[in-house]
Design a protein around this ligand. Structure first.
Ligand code: NDP
Length: 264
């Protein structure tokens, strides 16, 4: 990038592995579109080196922020000086703002990005009954965001039922107005059905829920970005449901992450 100078604000993304991440391309395009003098660089960091890397980044005075992805989202929360309410709720950080004095504030936008992505496609969360498969990191972000944005009911289904129970209890405690419960694989009676598991990334993966119960006017939504059409989305479309892929979640997050880092 010929435009990088001594004044350019630096942002990084920490991941292991890092070659597959798509955030740098999207973030640098965002900086270009805004005419903002900033750049995002991928950093390949092993879990055992995370604390040392963060300590060094803290001292880099032209660093605006850090985007964080697999497998560092939980571990890095303990290395921040402060967490936003969303990051505290979820127990994971996917972006850090570095203030001029080196203070690090951890934020969490997976859920906000997902809800903003749904909105960009004309789908609202408020007042809806939502069925979500998954209780891992991404699912936790989504669950709190659904409740925060006024979902009427949230049913969480997960292979490891104890993780679904624990997540449902945390969401209920934070947002009592949302009827949050756990359930089996049948999504009947819900308006929006979400796959927030990693099932569908690899050939031969099982389906995340009972797709035979999908029917219009349900919306089927996905967190997985590649493949663009997962078996879950294909099954939903075949049954006449509207579908929403994983890409808008990242696209919607880019502006949120840039703003949080003070870069754009
Ligand atoms: P985690 O490892 O934290 O959670 C994985 C989830 O998938 C758990 O609910 C797990 O169930 C379930 N799962 C995994 N394998 C199986 C299986 N064989 N059978 C049944 N359930 C299974 O991963 P993340 O939450 O971090 O990521 C989940 C997905 O979200 C990934 O595909 C990731 O790429 C995507 N993602 C997309 C983003 C975007 O911007 N579009 C942003 C962040 C994540 P169990 O608890 O029983 O193990």
């Amino acid at each position: 990038r010929a435009s990088i100078s001594g004044r350019t604000a630096i942002t990084v993304i920490l991941a292991h592995p890092v070659a597959h991440v798509r955030t740098p391309q999207a973030m640098n395009a965002h900086f270009d579109a805004l005419g903002f003098d900033a750049v995002m660089v991928p950093l390949h960091v092993l879990p055992e080196d995370l604390a040392q890397v963060v300590a060094a980044l803290r001292r880099m005075r032209n660093l605006s922020g850090i985007v964080v992805t697999v497998p560092h989202k939980e571990a890095i929360a303990a290395l921040c000086d402060e967490l936003t309410e969303e990051a505290r709720q979820v127990g994971a950080v996917n972006v850090i703002r570095r203030d001029a004095d080196g203070r690090l504030t951890g934020g969490q936008f997976d859920g906000e990005g997902f809800v903003a992505g749904l909105r960009s496609a004309g789908h609202e969360v408020a007042g809806r009954a939502i069925f979500m498969a998954g209780a891992g990191g991404a699912a936790a972000g989504l669950a709190f965001a659904f409740a925060r944005h006024g979902a009427r009911r949230l049913t969480i289904h997960n292979r490891t039922a104890a993780k679904a129970e624990a997540l449902a209890a945390r969401v209920r405690a934070a947002y009592p107005a949302c009827d949050t419960r756990t359930g089996g694989p049948d999504p009947s009676g819900h308006d929006v059905v979400v796959n927030a598991t990693s099932l569908g990334m690899k050939d031969g993966d099982a389906l995340p829920l009972d797709v035979t119960r999908l029917a219009p006017p349900m919306l089927a939504a996905e967190v997985i970005m590649a493949p663009e059409v997962t078996p879950f989305l294909a099954e939903a479309a075949q049954r006449g449901c509207a579908t929403h892929g994983g890409k808008p979640m990242l696209a919607a997050q880019i502006a949120l992450l840039a703003r949080f880092m003070g870069a754009g």
